[in-house]
Design a protein. Structure first.
Ligand code: MEZ
Length: 582
């Protein structure tokens, strides 16, 4: 058939791509790095490819996914897969798509909110792997290569452990890859430079208030106290977190982001991928953990991995760190735990399916706050693209279909989402002008994706939105006047950084979408996973969105990335300490 493998084999057989001694599928490592290196030998690296494809309508080699394996999309023996279409719907013909399925869109586009990761388990192969001896042994296995997993793995390695980082997807990054906003931290040099008088107590108070007081106060204190050290750690690995802004529910500017205005998630994932590589932390992709095994004393003994090429195998480990993220893309779990959100779109990566949570519950972990699911108020209407809180933070207002503001744009997400869902059309518009367009780089991305309406006058914009021009003109005039007077008389918005009066004017349609699952496994302050009697399961650690307790009823914007770094590092360090003591 006309696939990539047949094309290459005409140039000299299987050895063109595979080492001659590893031509069988079973001998191909799941991380496909050697294959990728072969691609690069002939085609150049990622940057060279981005240059070559720069004239395509969307440059697939310059996406926020960063430097991923070529084989993530160009699948030699299978149909190609445009990874972008996990979230987008680009109608782009991939080389070597079959005759019946010319566009990658048809293969990959997923309907809004349709958790579609195939997690079926081959029970026979699983039983065989369980019965067989371990194929490999390490001190610490970290499951999930998002920000939490990378932070845990690098920390465990630095603590002296032999570590393996496993990722079920074809490339690492997880949900962190989609984090747009920033990282909340208090006591940083960035805050000092800007003259922000923030305190740990204020961070804690905001987080507890945002979480409706349901958070675990000890975990919140750790998040706040270690937040600045987390920024320094990322900087020491090569990150830039120099831009500072305010997110919803925060009393101070404490959300740190890259100075060039780019999204925080792809930036830190790039940095963490490179750091892991440099420090010798192997990140094995295409490797899904399907089961965690305890020994007779209820201690961690091993995991069963389903490798794309290597099949089911046992990996012995003294400690496991769960860094598998939440379940926002698993419709079944969302419908069960939060029935009112059934079928709602989601801003999450396709990897957020709750598999880590289910594996932990299967071995006796206790769940906490499990029914608390967050809808982000501003996901692009009828899409899966998050319109970052940064857009409101930097200065956009939110109006209904008539063109009227109806909520404080910087209130907490649950309140903003409820306010939108109370509008008859259950959606809203974010409105801003050319000043914001220049300041918030991500907005240019939304423009590139065709999500913005644009006009030279407010009247023209209102018409493009289907709103009443006079109403929208009055709304913006009132807002600009409140800003000039330093007081939002209508909704008490505290921070109004920009006026909205410099043409051209823009609007983007938004509606709430599932964004974060606050509940998860219960953990101790040392990131140990607790059983139903609140005792640690020896050797099992967890951090990030798979855990519950840090965010309470509602997570504040910017606290998730902080969570991944602060608790990811803690989980890695404690797991290594435990493993090395055994
Ligand atoms: O922390 C988040 O979820 C966040 C800041 C999201 C966003 O709107 O950008």
């Amino acid at each position: 058939g006309a696939d990539l493998a047949s094309f290459h084999s005409k140039m000299g057989g299987c050895a063109v791509c595979h080492d001659t001694n590893t031509v069988t599928a079973a001998a191909v490592p799941d991380d496909e790095r050697d294959l990728n290196a072969k691609c690069n030998t002939c085609h150049g690296g990622y940057k060279a490819l981005a240059e070559k494809s720069k004239n395509l309508p969307f440059n697939p080699h310059a996406s926020h996914l960063g430097n991923i394996n070529c084989t993530s999309c160009h699948k030699a023996h299978e149909e190609p897969k445009l990874a972008c279409n996990d979230c987008h719907s680009f109608d782009m013909k991939m080389p070597f798509a079959s005759k019946t399925d010319k566009s990658a869109k048809a293969t990959d586009a997923r309907k809004a909110g349709e958790g579609s990761w195939d997690e079926r388990i081959d029970e026979k192969a699983l039983a065989a792997a369980l019965a067989a001896p371990a194929r490999e042994t390490v001190d610490v296995v970290v499951i999930g290569a998002g920000s939490t997993g990378y932070n845990a793995a690098i920390s465990a390695k630095r603590a002296g452990a032999n570590v393996l980082l496993l990722e079920k997807h074809a490339f690492s990054g997880g949900n962190s890859m989609l984090a747009a906003g920033g990282y909340n931290a208090v006591g940083t040099k960035q805050q000092a430079k800007k003259g922000v008088h923030d305190t740990v107590e204020s961070f804690i108070a905001d987080t507890m208030k945002g979480g409706r007081g349901k958070n675990d106060p000890e975990l919140v204190r750790i998040l706040a106290e270690e937040s600045a050290a987390g920024i320094e750690w990322l900087e020491s690995l090569g990150a830039n977190m120099d831009d500072l802004k305010r997110s919803g529910g925060a009393a101070h500017d404490r959300t740190h982001r890259p100075a060039d205005g780019s999204s925080v998630g792809p930036h830190i994932i790039d940095v963490l991928r490179a750091a892991a590589e440099k420090e010798g932390v192997p990140a094995r992709v295409n490797s899904r953990v399907v089961k965690i095994n305890l020994d007779a004393d209820h201690k961690i003994e091993s995991v069963i991995v389903h490798g794309k090429h290597s099949g089911y195998y046992k990996l012995a480990a003294k400690a496991v760190v769960l860094a598998t993220g939440g379940f926002g893309m698993n419709n079944e779990m969302v419908s069960f735990y939060r029935p009112t959100f059934k079928g709602m779109t989601s801003s999450n990566n396709v990897t957020s399916t709750g598999d880590g949570l289910r594996m932990a519950l299967d071995i006796g972990a206790s769940a906490t706050d499990i029914d608390w699911v967050q809808a982000h108020p501003t996901v692009g209407k009828e899409s899966r693209i998050l319109i970052s809180e940064t857009v409101r933070g930097v200065g956009a207002v939110m109006v209904n279909v008539k063109g009227e503001r109806f909520v404080n744009e910087l209130t907490t997400r649950d309140r903003a989402s409820d306010a939108i869902l109370a509008q008859p059309e259950r959606s809203a518009w974010l409105v801003f002008d050319s000043q914001l367009y220049k300041k918030a780089k991500m907005v240019r991305g939304y423009d590139h994706l065709g999500m913005l309406r644009k006009a030279d006058t407010v009247e023209g914009l209102a018409k493009a939105m289907g709103a009443d021009p006079k109403t929208l003109e009055k709304t913006l005039a009132d807002y600009n006047a409140y800003r000039a007077a330093g007081k939002d008389e209508a909704f008490g918005r505290a921070d109004m950084p920009l006026s909205i009066d410099k043409a051209p004017f823009y609007a983007v349609a938004v509606a709430p979408g599932i964004h974060h699952t606050m509940g998860g496994v219960a953990i101790s302050t040392e990131s140990e996973v607790l059983d139903i009697q609140s005792r640690p399961i020896p050797g099992l650690y967890a951090a990030g969105e798979v855990t519950g307790g840090v965010h309470g009823f509602n997570r504040l914007g910017g606290n998730a990335v902080a969570d991944t770094v602060v608790f990811g590092r803690r989980a890695g360090e404690h797991a290594a300490k435990y493993a090395l003591s055994k």
